[in-house]
Design a protein around this ligand. Structure first.
Ligand code: 2NL
Length: 360
């Protein structure tokens, strides 16, 4: 056996026996690297006579090819072994349930807004919206709220720094300005039936008040509108909202600058196992304020008060949600705690409908 045959046998034997990829790489360097055995042989070809090179050349090149091929084959075999070992250790249990993804749900305030839109749509009311940043005229003056009224005070209303024009801008304190804008847009010659739900702002913050809260107001303008229309509309609305036919209303005389006469509306409740349930008349809870639109406000909206009358009402949506769903802490509305929603029966797949809450 020549030296070359010996080298070939040694290299191919070691390659076949290589236990891992690292050992195989050492063998490759040892044979084919810069200072490798075969590299040395290839270099030696340069110093040979043409006759000698004709014999040795093919042998050395043949050896290089055989070793390269053996390295490749062994590498593939080792990689397959590594992969098989990993797959054997990694068992994947396809029957395990997937991790639960966090799921939100429709917020009670949004739910109630959708319910209000649905109930009033059946009564022919459209939903009107408007800016949350208002001017003093639409928020106060048009509503017959005098310059000296406490609601206009700096400590009750969020004002912006004065405009160069002198116009006072503020965060609307109710959604009435939306209705004033709707009257203006209607041009004083057609009936109006709208509700205006949305965010409102007052400089108030304690256990039962948040600086931002949600309000819905309703407005009807037409010829020959009476207190009877107001009472029927509110009774129909509250029966649909609380999903009970035994809802009893109590109208108490009150005062608002924008309505005359004005009435505060209470709904009766019964005590069932010590808990208040809407319906009956064992006790009363105030739910909204209302009245016949003041003729000054009809005029400010661009209508002739001798021809057109109207009624209006307003109430807090957060409060309506608390009453319907039996929630007792207003602050939880703003915590974004999913456990709170679950506790009151709100779930991710809810589609706002009229069924749910304490009346259901
Ligand atoms: C309450 C009372 C009320 C109105 C709001 C209104 C709007 C226009 C004209 C006349 Cl454009 N009135 N809104 C009327 C009566 C009561 O709200 O206690 N809200 C929380």
């Amino acid at each position: 056996m020549t030296d070359l045959d010996q080298l070939r046998a040694d290299l191919l034997g070691s390659i076949d026996a290589a236990a891992g990829l690292d050992a195989l790489e050492s063998l490759r360097v040892h044979a084919l690297g810069k200072a490798g055995a075969i590299t040395g042989l290839l270099k030696s070809l340069g110093g040979m006579s043409p006759e000698e090179r004709q014999v040795e050349g093919p042998r050395i090149h043949g050896l290089r090819e055989a070793v390269t091929e053996a390295l490749g084959a062994r590498k593939a075999a080792l990689e397959t072994a590594v992969l098989n070992a990993r797959l054997a250790g990694e068992t994947l249990d396809l029957t395990l349930p997937a991790d639960a993804a966090p799921q939100g749900s429709v917020h009670p305030v949004s739910q109630v807004m959708d319910e209000l839109a649905e109930i009033f749509a059946d009564l022919g009311f459209a939903v009107a919206t408007g800016p949350e940043i208002e001017d003093d005229w639409h928020n106060f003056t048009a509503l017959n709220i005098p310059e000296t009224h406490p609601a206009r005070a700096m400590h009750d209303t969020f004002y912006f720094p004065p405009e160069p024009s002198g116009e006072k801008m503020l965060l609307r304190t109710h959604t009435s300005p939306v209705q004033i804008r709707a009257m203006k847009a209607a041009g004083g010659n057609q009936p109006i039936r709208i509700i205006a739900p949305g965010r409102t702002y007052r400089s108030d913050s304690d256990a039962t008040h948040t600086p931002m809260f949600h309000q819905v107001e309703g407005l009807v303008i037409d010829k020959g509108i009476t207190l009877g229309h107001l009472k029927w509309t509110l009774e129909t609305f509250l029966k649909a909202f609380f999903e009970r036919d035994d809802v009893v209303l109590r109208l108490r005389p009150s005062y608002f600058p924008f309505t005359e006469p004005s009435a505060e509306v209470d709904v009766g409740y019964s005590l069932v196992g010590g808990k208040r349930v809407i319906g009956g008349s064992e006790g009363w809870m105030e739910v909204l304020g209302s009245g016949m639109v003041n003729r000054k406000v009809i005029e400010a909206g661009g209508y002739d008060p001798d021809e057109w009358q109207g009624f209006a009402f307003g109430c807090g949506i957060d409060r309506l949600a608390m009453l319907k769903y039996g929630m007792d802490d207003l602050r939880a509305f703003f915590d974004g705690d999913i456990r709170w929603l679950r506790h009151y029966g709100f779930s991710a797949l809810d589609v706002p409908t009229l069924s749910g809450g304490v009346g259901a």
